[in-house]
Design a protein. Sequence first.
Length: 167
Amino acid sequence: MDITLENKLAEKYSFMRRESSKRQNPYSAYGNFGCMIKDGWYQILDELCAEIWAAYKEAGITSDLVVDEIGVSSAVDAQHVVELTAENVKYHELIFRYHMSDVKDSGADAMKEKMVLEATQAVRERIDALIEQYRVKSRTTCEECGGQGVLRQRGKEIEVWCVACYA
Ligand SMILES: [Zn+2]
């Protein structure tokens, strides 16, 4: 994804700062390579981040969400594939992998710690549901422009394209 788009996300959402992902995990794909998706998915990624951000803030979680990878996942619907085609590739979809950094022990009493852990668990479930929702949405989102699309093939390239971008 274009670096200016990546920077826009990092300005809006602190968990999208690549430096902080890299600090938490030097091998982080996100920290090292950024968003490995095309610009057409910027809009849905921005919406997903906004919803994660809201869920996270609402829960009042103090530990950090660390982004591990943002990219494209695909699956091949055949056992012995000689050549990839739009028929045997099942989908292209947005993957968003993350983990929560450990809840820091701030000398809080056991009761408070338990409450924080429960809140963290609840927010994780909420975030996982959001990621799932956007994963499904990305399958029909044009990777070039963000419009409505389907998986298509052009030469060796297989991608989600809308009619206009495919033409
Ligand atoms: Zn398009």
